[in-house]
Design a protein around this ligand. Structure first.
Ligand code: DX5
Ligand code: ZN
Length: 218
C-alpha cells in the first residue's frame, strides 16, 4: 500500500481555516489530521466540536481526529457526529482501552490508539486485533513544531514485528516533528501514515510540500 500523508490543521491559520482546508482538498493529502487538546491530558488547549464541524463542512478528505484528552469515552459519539472518520485515543488516558475501542467501532469510525514517547508498543499486544491505526507519538503531545525523537525508528520496528507476529493489518502512523529529512527513514522502518503540521504549513508552498512527502520512494 502506498503511504498516506495527513497534514495537521493545528499548524493552519485559524483566521482562514476554510481556505487552508480547501488547500488540503486540492493537495495530495490523504487524511486531514485534527488535534484535540484539553489542557488536562496535555498542557495545551486547541479546539473542540464547533471548529471540527466547520472543518467537516469544507473537507473532502477523511478526518483523522487525535484526542489528547482525559476520559475520551465521554465524547466518542460527539466526535463521530461532527465528522471524525478515524478516532484515536491515548492509551495513557484509557483505563478500559478495549471497551473504548469497541465504543469507537460501534460508531462506524476507525479505531486508533496513540502512544506517548515513553509508552512501549508491547502494551498493545492484547488489543492489537481491535485497532485500525496505531499512532506513535514522535514528540511529547501538546504542541506543534517540536523536535523529532530519534527513538521512534526503534518503536516502529518493534510495532511492525508485533503486527507481523499477530497477522494484524493495522496502520502505523507517526505524529510529531515529521519532515522531508526523517520521512524516508520513517517509511523504510515501516510507517504507513505520516502526520505533518508545521513542516507543511510553514513551507512556502504547502501543496508542493505535501506532494513531495507523498512521492517519497523507499
Ligand atoms: C502534537 C500533535 C501533532 C502536531 C504535529 O501534540 O499531536 O499532530 O500537530 O505538529 P508538527 O508536525 O509541527 O510536529
Ligand atoms: Zn496529532
Amino acid at each position: 500500500m502506498p503511504h498516506l500523508i495527513a497534514p495537521s490543521v493545528l499548524a493552519a491559520n485559524f483566521g482562514q481555516l476554510a481556505q487552508d482546508v480547501q488547500m488540503l482538498n486540492q493537495s495530495a493529502a490523504d487524511w486531514i489530521h485534527v488535534d484535540v487538546m484539553d489542557g488536562r491530558f496535555v498542557p495545551n488547549i486547541s479546539f473542540g466540536f464547533p471548529v471540527i464541524e466547520s472543518i467537516q463542512k469544507v473537507a473532502q478528505k477523511p478526518m483523522d481526529v487525535h484526542l489528547m484528552i482525559v476520559e475520551p469515552e465521554k465524547y466518542i459519539e460527539q466526535f463521530r457526529a461532527v465528522g471524525a472518520d478515524t478516532i484515536s485515543v491515548h492509551l495513557e488516558a484509557c483505563p478500559h482501552l478495549h471497551r473504548t475501542l469497541q465504543q469507537i467501532k460501534a460508531t462506524g469510525a476507525k479505531a486508533g490508539v496513540a502512544l506517548n514517547p515513553h509508552t512501549p508498543v508491547t502494551l498493545l499486544a492484547d488489543v492489537i486485533q481491535d485497532i485500525d491505526v496505531v499512532c506513535i507519538m514522535s514528540v511529547n503531545p501538546g504542541f506543534g513544531g517540536q523536535k523529532f525523537i530519534e527513538h521512534t525508528y526503534r518503536k516502529i520496528e518493534q510495532l511492525k514485528a508485533l503486527l507481523l507476529e499477530t497477522g494484524s493489518d493495522c496502520l502505523i502512523e507517526i505524529d510529531g516533528g515529521v519532515n522531508q529529512q526523517n520521512a524516508p527513514k520513517l517509511l523504510a522502518a515501516g510507517a504507513d501514515v505520516l502526520v505533518a503540521g508545521s513542516f507543511v504549513f510553514s513551507s512556502a508552498n504547502p501543496v508542493q510540500t505535501i506532494q513531495e512527502l507523498k512521492t517519497i520512494k523507499i
